[in-house]
Design a protein around this ligand. Structure first.
Ligand SMILES: C[S@@+](CC[C@H](N)C(=O)[O-])C[C@H]1O[C@@H](n2cnc3c(N)ncnc32)[C@H](O)[C@@H]1O
Length: 384
């Protein structure tokens, strides 16, 4: 897959949009089976850096297209789900473009509403529009971080039940600011404390700061039978090997975590290809020569996690008495490690071959799926 022309120079937006698209499609098809009303709130909608008037490369165009597809798909399953969308935008020009766009493509079957103004100021109106009950997906994709990602700013939304969140967390900024005196108060508001990352490697810092932020978000969600869960995926700078932001996803549904991580895994390869292409273009622009082979064609899916670490993880959680591994357990594992399901499947397959673990409920030939979490199979560690 190559990056469409309209995303050149902002390849990170392509990655973000791919994730949004893949995830929303799966999410709405699942939620729509049980809920009659679904709400979608784009809290910082734009359009922003759009490549064309049809807004197909913006979150606005993408969400409306996906919603329309889901509505039709659900109808075929006998489900008449009502979709309600809300778009918030502060910039006057962008807001006008948003309105012009919505007027030009009348959504007969999807209700659309727009609110001009500042997200922070509009929090109460947004929540009023959502009402207390309908499932609501909040997409929070600002250009900055102030009055957006801090826990007190988000608390009124986090307290709402039946809600999911996708938050663009400006890691690049946080990394630079978190140990500066000037930003102490801001860090306190974002993390509930001033994070101490002294002596940590860059990778450890990223892990530490993201884990802390996800923990804080989860703490605010109201008590319920289902525990809050959060994962995040890094979006890297197109031509430099550094994280620009993390997309943080917050839910109470274990299936949500599994589906989100599946979407992230697909994205992992797309991201590598996209960045290889952007780097190649940068090199070409500098050297004025076209490279013989397209870099993006030479990228193959790599393993996300160190296989030895995943194997040790399995051996640590399994015991010689059987334990059932279902959807909840898989969501726990993904959330705790940030690895993908395929990492766990491959490591379990290797350990089985080595005679170290066993799936007591395994049937038939298995090539890539060694554990069927949907069936809650019983797994054991083999006595050595
Ligand atoms: C990163 S862009 C959104 C991109 C869009 N979500 C997409 O993926 O196509 C952020 C948008 O939020 C708007 N914005 C910035 N600060 C805002 C605020 N405080 N309240 C509402 N909108 C804001 C900007 O004008 C910009 O259009």
């Amino acid at each position: 897959m190559h990056v469409p022309e309209s995303y050149h120079g902002r390849e990170q937006a392509f990655i973000k949009h791919q994730l949004l698209e893949t995830y929303l499609l799966r999410l709405f098809m699942i939620i729509g089976r049980h809920q009659n009303n679904i709400r979608y709130v784009d809290c910082f909608s734009g359009p922003w850096q759009e490549g064309s008037d049809n807004l197909q490369d913006t979150s606005i165009g993408i969400a409306l297209r996906i919603i329309q597809n889901c509505r039709e798909g659900l109808k075929k399953m006998g489900r008449d789900v009502k979709f309600h969308t809300l778009f918030i935008e502060k910039d006057k020009n962008s807001f006008q473009k948003l309105q012009d766009y919505l007027a030009s493509v009348p959504q007969q079957e999807i209700s659309t509403k727009t609110l001009p103004g500042d997200f922070f100021e509009l929090r109460e109106s947004i929540l009023k529009w959502c009402g207390p009950d309908d499932f609501t997906f909040f997409f929070i994709d600002p250009t900055g971080w102030k009055n957006v990602v801090e826990i007190p700013t988000l608390t009124p939304f986090l307290k709402r039940s039946n809600s999911e969140f996708l938050i663009n967390f400006m890691y690049d900024f946080v990394l630079r600011a978190h140990n500066q005196e000037l930003f102490r108060e801001d860090m306190q508001a974002i993390f509930g404390e001033v994070p101490d990352t002294e002596g940590l490697t860059p990778e450890e810092k990223e892990e530490y700061l993201l884990t802390l932020y996800r923990k804080r978000l989860k703490e605010i969600l109201p008590a319920s039978r289902k525990k809050p869960r959060a994962v995040s995926v890094p979006v890297l700078k197109p031509t430099i090997d550094r994280t620009l932001y993390h997309l943080v996803y917050l839910t109470r549904h274990p299936t949500g975590i599994i589906v989100f991580m599946e979407a992230s895994e697909k994205l992992d390869l797309v991201q590598r290809r996209t960045r290889a292409q952007a780097k190649q273009e940068k090199r070409e622009a500098q050297s004025h020569q076209i490279e013989l082979f397209q870099s993006a064609d030479h990228i193959h899916a790599e393993k996300h996690a160190d296989p030895d670490k995943v194997k040790s993880y399995w051996l640590n959680i399994l015991t010689t008495s059987p334990h059932r591994f279902g959807i909840e357990e898989l969501a726990d594992m993904l959330e705790e490690t940030g690895w993908f399901e395929s990492d766990f499947q491959a490591a379990f397959g290797d350990l089985e071959k080595e005679g170290k673990v066993k799936n007591l409920d395994a049937t038939g030939k298995r090539r890539t799926k060694f554990v069927h979490y949907g069936k809650s199979e019983r797994l054991i560690k083999v006595m050595s």
